[in-house]
Design a binder for this molecule. Structure first.
Ligand code: HEC
Length: 179
């Protein structure tokens, strides 16, 4: 083997090395992901958990069960929100802002000396536990056009406490519904 042949071999080896390097540089340029850009596909958004605990689905407890464990003492405190407009006085005298609520449970709707709205006068029926419960959860949603400008108590247990207290405002409290 002469030096000319050695040079050819060395040249071939170098040539293929250069070729391999060149291919790897080009393929890096082609396939490496550009930095600092968004991933090429949407990532699922992280779910938001408040306090790390998933919100439990709302369980609807029937009113008779809530009433069975309701606390009229708590209710007495909660009706302070109603007392802005309503009187609970046994005399039955209304306030200018709302009808008297003494003995309201099982009382016919719009049956006191208060100047009721036409919507309330047209409602009909009586104020059983279920009816008051629904009305005070969302007054305008239940009696469209009512004069009662009260947003509503959204907490079912608190409404049951309110009902338990209203029940005591009677000479002859209406029996609680049986669960
Ligand atoms: C901003 C004043 C206001 C507040 C607060 C309010 N009410 Fe009333 N409520 C009224 C008015 C006014 C009426 C009469 C509505 C009508 O004629 O449309 C009424 C009517 C009622 C009636 C029907 C009475 C009847 O004789 O037919 C019930 C029951 C009642 N309210 C319960 C409550 C309870 C319980 C609360 C507290 C959780 C409450 N209201 C808070 C103003 C108010």
């Amino acid at each position: 083997m002469d030096s000319f042949e050695l040079n050819k071999i060395a040249g071939a080896v170098l040539g293929s090395l250069l070729f391999v390097m060149g291919v790897s540089v080009v393929s890096d340029a082609l396939f490496s992901a550009p930095h600092g850009e968004k991933p090429g596909y949407p990532l699922p958004a992280a779910e938001e958990h408040h306090g790390g605990v998933a919100a439990a689905p709302e369980v609807v407890v029937p009113l008779p069960i809530l009433l069975a464990k309701a606390d009229p003492k708590k209710g007495e405190n909660l009706v302070k929100a109603c007392a802005a407009c309503h009187s609970f006085d046994p005399s039955g005298a209304p306030k200018a802002t709302g009808p008297n609520l003494y003995g309201v449970i099982d009382r016919p709707v719009a049956s006191t000396g208060f100047a009721y709205s036409d919507a309330m006068k047209a409602k009909g029926g009586k104020w059983g536990y279920e009816q008051i419960n629904a009305f005070i959860s969302n007054p305008k949603g239940i009696v469209a056009g009512t004069k009662m400008s009260y947003a509503g108590e959204k907490d079912a247990a608190k409404r049951a406490d309110i009902l338990a207290y209203l029940r005591t405002l009677s000479n002859n409290p209406a029996p609680l519904p049986t669960p």
